[in-house]
Design a protein around this ligand. Structure first.
Ligand code: BGC
Length: 364
């Protein structure tokens, strides 16, 4: 079971061997040579999810270091102007490849178009930029992420034994294509249950920019709308899940109303161990970063390796070559898997007040 995570995730990966080959060619730690590729990465923010700074930056750095390429990783901190400024600087500084996590497709597309006009190859990292024409899209199977959330919530509601539970949706940002894919996944599980009358559809809202503070306000309003009748919350990531949990704690309903999440953040995993969060979705970002780094290095060398998968850009109708990794559902009984995969450390998860909860749950 423990090994399951790695194997499933690796199963979706392309040419793992090619990365090793790149690493050898790149030499160890050599920098500055004329042929050494320079790769620019723009991360979106550090508030919508801690993953960008705690996981993506770390694993991208490791992958670039291992391959001996130069890199510049910057974070736009949710600021669209800053995103554009960073892109301008990176293009001026002569990046060979620009990898972005867009803040929305419009501003992302502007940057990708500009890069293309300057002969800079581009990769959409994690989020597809609609109409952006990036050379590659590297992400997870995001509909599958949503499906795991929907199935997870059903599992927890069944365990709670609530009849005809009312489920509320806290969707991700309306400007993030992934949020639509996650919703497609969880709604494919839940809407048949609403249709059959087994479940009741509660309030549904999108959370602008995946903002936790707004999510808390929105969830409070959702509760008020239905006289606190919500029995389960489909929250699209751990940030939104924690916002709902904070409100539920205030109402004394935490632990009785299951809440979902995504990203296997320390906070999300702690909420799971406390019994306040039903589940999260673990995405092995190390594999995502490695796949993206491998493709970036190939592009910088003027190569364009084929991928096994592709997605259709709904705006252009074009196929975008893609690497889509498999997500894994995490409940209380397999939190340890996330530690064993090196994504979070037992020290972070079990710090201070959480030492006892970890011990109770056999986390080590
Ligand atoms: C990512 C999620 C993340 C969310 C907010 C999505 O595009 O796939 O992992 O939680 O953005 O940053």
């Amino acid at each position: 079971m423990r090994r399951g995570i790695l194997l499933t995730a690796l199963g979706g990966m392309l040419v793992a061997g090619a990365l090793a080959a790149c690493a050898e060619e790149g030499g160890s730690g050599e920098t500055g040579g004329d042929d050494t590729p320079l790769i620019g990465v723009i991360l979106p923010d550090s508030a919508s999810s801690v993953r960008w700074e705690t996981a993506d930056r770390r694993f991208l750095e490791q992958a670039f270091e291992a391959a001996g390429v130069e890199y510049d990783i910057q974070n736009a901190e949710g600021d669209r102007n800053q995103f554009q400024t960073i892109a301008d600087q990176m293009i001026t500084n002569g990046v060979d490849v620009l990898m972005i996590v867009n803040l929305d497709s419009g501003t992302g597309k502007r940057v990708l178009d500009q890069a293309a006009a300057q002969g800079v190859a581009t990769i959409d990292y994690d989020r597809l930029t609609l109409g952006g024409n990036a050379a590659y899209y590297v992400s997870f199977d995001n509909v599958a992420v949503g499906r795991l959330q929907g199935e997870g919530l059903v599992q927890c509601l069944t365990e709670q034994g609530v009849e005809e539970p009312m489920v509320a949706y806290l969707n991700g940002s309306p400007t993030d294509n992934n949020a639509a894919l996650f919703r497609e996944g969880y709604d494919s599980v839940l809407s048949p249950l609403f249709a059959s009358g087994e479940y009741v559809k509660g309030p549904e809202d999108d959370v602008p920019d995946w903002d936790g503070a707004q999510a808390a306000t929105i969830f409070e309003q959702q509760m008020t709308q239905v006289d606190d009748e919500i029995d389960g919350v489909l929250a699209a990531n751990d940030t939104l899940g924690n916002a709902a949990i904070t409100v539920l704690r205030r109402l004394g309903l935490n632990g009785t109303v299951p809440v979902t999440g995504q990203d296997a953040t320390v906070q999300g995993l702690q909420n799971i161990l406390l019994g306040d969060q039903c589940m999260t979705v673990y995405k092995a970002v190390r594999l995502e970063a490695e796949a993206a780094a491998e493709l970036a290095i190939a592009l910088a060398r003027g190569e364009r390796p084929a991928t096994d998968q592709s997605v259709t850009d709904p705006e252009t109708g074009e196929q975008v070559p893609a690497v889509l990794l498999e997500p894994v559902a995490i409940f209380r009984d397999n939190v340890q898997d996330v530690i064993d995969d090196g994504f979070v450390t037992v020290e972070e998860l079990c710090a201070d007040d959480f030492a006892d909860v970890c011990a109770e749950n056999g986390i080590s």
